[in-house]
Design a binder for this molecule. Structure first.
Ligand code: UD1
Length: 418
């Protein structure tokens, strides 16, 4: 899917079941290489980042197969520790194989990771942590080479609670000698889910408040089956779809306990959220209020991944709203595309000042990253006329069957092959 055309203006109504979490499954798939046996993951999303990770697993020597929506990985025969550049360049999460391969093979060679362009996105914290665990790490010609016969547990304090660095430390520490303590670890729900997945395999990992994680290394792992939590960012995107089109969407499998900062913003804006059993009904038909000020922050703060989609909603919400992006410095690029659709947005370094306009208009826009693409889909659903969105391969990285789902909810959306 490279381009889609959306004829906007239809209130979306109906029911959506939320796919398994992308940011949880990617470290879990890397964790599968730690175990010389089979791991099964239920509710695994069929998205491009998962397909690309499967290619990496197969290159390393794993057997991978689908059993419906369950993905099975047999890592008993791993023979490789190198990840080729073409495949690693497709996504940033390829860096997670650094810790996983060090743990399993005692060495790893991989290029600097790719993925969405969201500013500098260095991997210094990952590399420093691997050195702390005893690895020799060499960086040359765009490649990271790490080697360590047996990682050794250590106390590691992260100066910023990086999600990926926390995951890499956990992965390397599970088979290390001794105890690893992470201080100021990221507290995103996906970290808790990686720890749970590893505990289900027999690992000894303890999580404490304020971002302290203890991993007792060297425990033998076993075959396991894990049911993946639903994707909180995808859930937030469909909530926004109800709000921006003035529709009403019933969300099934919404990970509400991990979405407090998001639902609080919706409720402050006057968007009705009703819980009935396992469903959450988002009714966007009432008039919304603007939000004043919103800033992104590590969990439990407002997620940076919903910042651009939220900007699309604020672009058509009367009054002035300000967003401050504290995580990724280059995450305001989508604002320029929204402006081409008639949005009134001023950018001042890390802040965006949004003056709500009554209507957006369809035009041709270009997605430059995953969540920015989601924002453009939302804007297109609301805009008058037809919006052509190019660069849609980005949205396939994280959203399963988004065109089919939106169409079932009443959107007029078609894919266009160029
Ligand atoms: C993960 C998520 C991504 C989300 C982000 C923040 C996955 C696959 N991706 O990305 O969707 O937007 O968390 O919630 O789970 N940093 C450094 N040095 C490092 C590592 C990070 O300076 O070694 C900086 C980054 O440039 C960025 C900030 O720390 O400014 C956050 O990055 P991090 O938490 O590591 O995000 P990712 O794991 O890349």
């Amino acid at each position: 899917m490279d381009c889609v055309e959306i004829r906007g203006g239809k209130p979306l109504c109906g029911r959506v079941e939320i796919q398994g979490s992308k940011n949880a499954v990617l470290p879990i798939l890397a964790a599968c290489v730690l175990h010389e046996g089979t791991s099964r993951i239920d509710h695994c999303p069929r998205i491009q980042d998962v397909f690309d990770t499967i290619v990496i697993l197969e290159l390393l020597g794993c057997r991978v197969w689908w059993e419906g929506h369950c993905l099975a990985v047999d890592a008993s025969q791993i023979s490789q520790w190198q990840i080729p550049a073409q495949i690693a360049a497709r996504m940033r999460s390829s860096i997670l194989f650094l810790g996983a391969l060090l743990g399993r093979m005692g060495k790893a060679e991989l290029p600097y990771p790719g993925g969405c362009v969201l500013g500098a996105r260095p991997v210094d914290l990952h590399i420093k942590a691997m050195k702390d665990l005893g690895a020799q790490v060499e960086e040359k010609e765009g490649c990271i080479l790490a080697e360590c016969r047996m990682p050794k547990g250590k106390e590691i304090t992260l100066h910023f609670p990086s999600v990926g660095a926390t995951e890499n430390i956990i992965l390397a520490a599970v088979r290390a000698e001794g105890v690893t303590v992470i201080k100021n670890a990221a507290r995103e729900p996906e970290i808790g889910e990686l720890c749970l997945f590893l505990r289900e395999k027999g690992a000894d990992i303890r999580e404490f408040p304020e971002g302290r994680i203890e991993i007792i290394g060297g425990v033998r792992l076993r075959d396991s089956r894990h049911d993946l939590e639903a994707d909180r960012i995808v859930a937030g995107t469909y909530m926004l779809a109800a709000a921006i089109t003035g529709g009403c969407i019933t969300i099934n499998r919404m990970p509400e306990n991990h979405m407090e900062s998001v639902t609080a913003v919706f409720e402050n804006m006057g968007i009705k959220i009703e819980r009935i059993g396992c469903d959450v009904i988002v009714d966007g038909s009432r008039k919304r209020r603007n939000i004043g000020f919103l800033e992104t922050a590590p969990y439990p703060g407002f997620p940076t991944d919903l910042q651009s989609p939220m900007m699309a909603l604020l672009a058509v919400t009367e009054g002035e709203s300000r967003i401050r992006e504290n995580i990724f410095e280059a995450r305001f690029k989508t604002a320029h595309q929204l402006k081409a659709m008639g949005a009134d947005i001023e950018l001042k370094e890390r802040e965006a000042i949004i003056h709500g306009v009554p209507a957006l208009h369809g035009t041709q826009v270009e997605a430059a990253e995953l969540r920015g693409a989601a924002a453009l889909f939302l804007a297109g659903l609301r805009a008058e006329g037809t919006t052509k969105i190019c660069g849609c391969h980005y949205i396939s990285r994280g959203y399963e069957n988004i065109c089919g789902i939106l169409s079932d909810l009443g959107a007029e959306i078609v894919t266009v092959h160029q």
